[in-house]
Every structure is written in structure tokens, then in C-alpha cells.
Design a protein around this ligand. Structure first.
Ligand code: TPP
Ligand code: MG
Length: 265
């Protein structure tokens, strides 16, 4: 790993802080635009900024994101969206030059990147940070995430697929999946988590646990009121011991990031 000088460290911390502030201001301003009738509908990522700046640091070219509508900070910090593009989608701008995620067709904060070029040819996905187009039904992103991670495993194991070296780096990419805490109550979430554990595919799931789904507190929708506790039975024993040996903060995000950096690549 590259050694970080004090100046570079300071610059990185300031850049992280800048993204957090810019993203929060985008949320506040965007909400005002909706409440004053200048945009049809809006949903924003305030409260999730710091975790997403951390997540963006581990997201490499070749990786995939399958996520939902709270991920604007991750998109900004990964260089995949500008604030201007974010607002163009809020105003449903139909010009794809201004709104590259859906040309004004999708609700705001529904992101995507191109997988195919203008003539329908596959792009070099291994050199791009990839975002599968967000879907509105909550937890719908889970099965996509599982599929993308399962594809990586196939690219690694199936000889006939190895010629597609512009799509996969021999299966070495990781799929980052994001979901809200309330949406973890849905069947798709549990099916995907179980299948990922059985299939052992490179999927990392981030739960943005803000305690509510719309206005319903999590004690009414999650067993033990904690998705990390409810999920702890899925953890493999040897993995638990390895994690215990390393001094990491006991949050779900750092836990996931640790798993990405240590086990999935
Ligand atoms: C299948 C489905 N059911 C209901 C909705 C309506 N809906 C949109 S967001 C939401 C709450 C999601 O809460 P959570 O998963 O905690 O995400 P948060 O917004 O808190 O980040 C609901 C019920 C939906 N989009 N899709
Ligand atoms: Mg929530």
C-alpha cells in the first residue's frame, strides 16, 4: 500500500469534507426546489454522507454498484455524477447530455452508467466504475447485485467466458449493493443474502440504517430492531475470528469495507 504523506492526508481529509458539505447542501437545496413546486418529486441522501465517502474509496474501476436512491454522495465522491447532473434529473431534463442517468425519464437520484455504446457494443467495463440502473421497487437492487456478483464468479470459473476480458478482470471485481434498513424486511433481501452466502460470490451489502422506513421505526419491522444482529447468524465462524483479530470500528460500514479489502478481491 502507498505511504500517505501528511500533506496528502490533509488534502484527502479536506476533499472528503468538501464532498460531505456539497452533498448536504445539494439535499437541502433540492428539497426546497420540490417543496416550492419547481421539481416534481425529490428524495435525498442527507445523513448518509460520511459512510458513502468511505465506500467510494474502495470502489475501483471494474466494480459494480447496485443501489438505491440515497447514494448521491457515493456518486459524487466516485466521480460518477456532478451536482449539476443531479439537479438536471431532479428537473427531469430530457437532454441526455445534461442528465446522463436516464435523460429525465427516472425519478431523481436513480443513477446508472452506460454498459453499451451508441451502436450497442459492450463498453470496456473493466476500466469503468459501473452502476446498474436503479429501480424504484425497494430491494429490487438486491437480486441485480447478486446476479452481477454471480457473473463475476462465472467469469472466473468458466473457461469459455475468459475471452471477454473487457467485461471482467477474471472475476476479480466486486459488486457493491446498498439498501435502506426498512427494505431489508423484504423477501428479495433475504433471498439475495442467503444465495450470496451459499454461492460465495463477491457481493458486499451496505445497509443505510437510519432507523426508519418512511416514518415507521425499525422496532416495528426488523427482528431485534437491528439488521446487523438479525444477520449475525449468516456470518461464517472463521471470518468472525479473523475480524476479531483486527482492530476495526464495530460499525456495519467498516465491517463491510474490511471484508471488501480482505476477502472479496
Ligand atoms: C416494493 C416497494 N414497496 C414500497 C415502496 C414505497 N417506498 C419507497 S421508499 C420506502 C421506505 C424505504 O425505507 P428504507 O428502506 O429504510 O430506506 P430509507 O429511505 O430510509 O433510506 C417505501 C416503503 C417501494 N418503492 N417499493
Ligand atoms: Mg431507513
Amino acid at each position: 500500500m502507498e505511504k500517505l504523506s501528511f500533506d496528502n492526508f490533509r488534502e484527502e481529509v479536506l476533499q472528503d469534507y468538501r464532498w460531505v458539505c456539497i452533498s448536504r447542501e445539494a439535499s437541502l437545496l433540492g428539497r426546497k426546489e420540490v417543496l416550492t413546486g419547481k421539481a416534481k418529486f425529490g428524495i435525498f441522501g442527507d445523513g448518509k454522507e460520511v459512510a458513502q465517502v468511505a465506500m467510494a474509496k474502495f470502489f475501483r474501476p471494474g466494480d459494480f454498484r447496485s443501489g438505491y436512491y440515497r447514494d448521491q454522495t457515493f456518486m459524487f465522491a466516485s466521480g460518477l455524477a456532478s451536482v449539476q447532473q443531479f439537479f438536471a434529473q431532479l428537473y427531469a431534463d430530457p437532454n441526455v447530455e445534461n442528465e446522463p442517468f436516464s435523460a429525465g425519464r427516472q425519478m431523481n437520484a436513480h443513477f446508472s452508467t452506460k454498459f453499451v455504446g451508441d451502436n450497442g457494443e459492450w463498453l470496456d467495463l473493466i476500466n469503468r466504475k459501473n452502476v446498474s440502473a436503479d429501480v424504484a421497487p425497494t430491494a429490487g437492487q438486491m437480486v441485480r447485485g447478486l446476479g452481477l456478483a454471480a457473473a463475476s464468479k462465472s467469469f472466473r470459473n468458466v473457461k469459455e467466458l475468459q475471452e471477454f476480458s473487457h467485461l471482467s478482470d477474471n472475476g476479480n471485481e466486486v459488486c457493491f449493493c446498498t439498501i435502506g434498513d426498512a427494505s431489508t424486511s423484504e423477501g428479495h433481501f433475504w433471498e439475495a443474502i442467503n444465495a450470496a452466502g451459499v454461492l460465495q460470490v463477491p457481493l458486499v451489502v451496505f445497509v443505510w440504517d437510519d432507523g426508519y422506513g418512511i416514518s415507521v421505526p425499525k422496532k416495528y419491522q426488523t427482528t431485534k430492531g437491528s439488521i446487523s444482529e438479525a444477520l449475525s447468524g449468516f456470518q461464517k465462524k472463521e471470518e468472525k475470528e479473523k475480524i476479531k483479530r483486527v482492530a476495526i470500528a464495530e460499525t456495519f460500514v467498516t465491517h463491510c469495507l474490511y471484508i471488501v479489502s480482505q476477502f472479496l478481491r
